[in-house]
Write a protein that binds this ligand. Structure first.
Ligand code: HEM
Length: 472
């Protein structure tokens, strides 16, 4: 079936499952001067920026066809924005010392919204301190504790969906993942009671996400690309979430049961820096907004993509449904479906690093202080790693484990997604419940194209489906 992600030619002589080696890593300035820089896309700068923001998929696949796996574009802030998509290059960037290869997230279009002090945007020792503080809350036992609340949120949602009437799944998935992340962060079970600071923040977050989907917001995003502080509509949108967040922090500071609470807000309120200082309200605000935003829209859209793909790939859909309903190989089928969805539709299609030393990327050299973008989408559509990459084929994962530098929807290294284990747990529980209880069809036969919003890639119509029947 035709896919909206462009098809490309298979590189000649590619062997299935492995990419040919390509040396990568830090080099001397002299060595770098002997290597050519990656080829540059010759189009005008405004055109490149516009195409990158509005049609990123077409843009990166076309560039790969013309220039190969490493190329340069002219970005909003910088001339030489280097793209790469070879797993050896990915490994060199993910395993390097973070001081030598810091994340570009500090310069991301999200920074004006999430602020400079969150685990997403902080750098160096400040970043590592926050990661250490938060990581245990997104791993092992903590995830097991979440599983029940995910199942309850999913069951409640599924019961409410209409039968035989088309609707978009993405907002429904978002309702589930928002409940889950709010429960983890603020320690509330189920939907917060009306007229509480928690309920006001939940409503504000939904409004904020709604605003950021409009065409107007995308123009605002382009205007904010070169800034670290928000302007115009973006500032107004930020205030929507700021007010209830500060109100919630103030309310929790007054809470007499603060010491017994195990949620993340309480943890942040009790945290001390090495100098023994408490975090400021604005640091806590940045952390909370990051976790709420990074932690629910991504997972919701990944689930929406799973169904956008499944309802257009009957063999994969049937295989999943049968395994889940017969309980034979259910866990394996659910896992394979998630791996294949995140390979073919990675919700975050790019992660960025800045190389502080001259760097080799295969036959090319890039100077120190260059931003390097890893195109997750291009890595995931390499014919040598994934034969027939434009086909949605969960069975390619039968007996195969995702490679650390080949399947990278959560990025990697010391900046790897903090919520990866939670996102996987949510996808497993929700996908299983839906496949078990619902007969779902596509609302329209045409596949949905990808829409780019902030740093995410989401189904343009929100994954529209029709539910034909529901088991209790
Ligand atoms: C399917 C869902 C998700 C996807 C595809 C995703 C993807 C990503 C990616 C690509 C990065 C950047 C990694 C890098 O630069 O190497 C990231 C970072 C991050 N994600 Fe996720 N994410 C998801 C869900 C979540 C959830 C549920 C949370 C909840 C807490 C979360 C919190 C974060 C945070 C805090 C960071 C910054 C980590 C750091 O810089 O140390 N994400 N995510």
């Amino acid at each position: 079936m035709a896919s909206t992600v462009e098809r490309s030619q298979a590189p000649e002589g590619a062997s299935a499952g492995e990419a040919p080696p390509s040396p990568a890593g830090p080099i001397s300035a002299e060595e770098q001067s002997r290597l050519p820089e990656p080829p540059e896309i010759p189009d005008s700068r405004p055109l490149q920026i516009l195409r990158f923001n509005q049609r990123q998929i077409q843009f990166v696949f076309a560039a790969r066809r013309r220039f190969g796996e490493t190329f340069r574009m002219r970005g909003a802030r910088t001339e030489g924005l280097v793209f790469t998509s070879h797993p050896d290059h990915v490994r060199s960037l993910f395993t390097a010392d973070p001081e030598q290869v810091p994340s570009l997230a500090a310069e991301s279009p999200l920074r004006p919204i999430v602020g400079p002090d969150s685990v997403l945007t902080a750098l160096g020792s400040r970043h590592m301190r926050q990661r250490k503080l938060l990581l245990p809350h997104f791993h092992g036992e903590a995830i097991e504790r979440y599983t029940e609340s995910i199942a309850a949120a999913a069951a409640g949602e599924i019961d409410r969906w209409p039968l035989n009437r088309p609707f978009a799944l993405a907002p429904r998935m978002q309702a589930i993942t928002l409940d889950v992340i709010m429960a983890g962060i603020f320690g509330i079970e189920g939907r917060p009671a009306p007229d509480t600071p928690e309920a006001r923040l939940r409503a504000a977050t939904k409004r904020f996400i709604g605003l950021s989907t409009t065409r107007f917001a995308q123009i605002g995003e382009l205007m904010n690309l070169t800034r670290t502080e928000p302007i115009g509509g973006m500032r107004a949108a930020r205030e929507i979430v700021d007010r209830p967040t500060y109100a919630l922090i103030a309310a929790r500071r007054r809470d007499s049961s603060l010491e017994e609470r195990r949620d993340i807000l309480s943890l942040l309120l009790g945290a001390r820096t090495e100098e023994g200082e408490a975090l400021t309200d604005s640091e806590i605000r940045d952390e909370l907004i990051t976790l709420v935003l990074a932690g629910h829209e991504t997972t919701a859209n990944s689930l929406a993509w799973a169904w956008e793909r499944l309802v257009r790939n009957p063999a994969a859909h049937e295989r999943l449904r049968e395994a889940v309903r017969s309980e034979e190989g259910s866990a394996e089928q659910v896992e394979a479906t998630i791996l294949e969805t995140m390979r073919s539709r990675p919700v975050v299609p790019i992660v960025g690093r800045r190389v502080m030393a001259p760097w080799r990327l295969g036959p090319h050299g890039v100077p120190a202080d260059s931003p390097v973008l890893i195109s997750i989408l291009l890595v995931h559509h390499r014919e040598d790693l994934y034969p027939e990459p434009f086909e949605f084929r969960p069975e390619r994962w039968d007996g195969r484990k995702p490679g650390t530098y080949e399947w990278i929807p959560f990025g990697g290294g010391t900046r790897r997604c903090l919520g990866a284990a939670l996102a996987m747990a949510e996808q497993r529980v929700v996908l299983e419940a839906m496949a078990r209880r619902l007969d779902i069809e596509a609302a329209e036969p045409e596949p949905e194209r990808a829409l780019h919003r902030n740093v995410t890639m989401i189904p343009a119509r929100g994954a529209r489906v029709v539910v034909r029947s529901r088991l209790s």
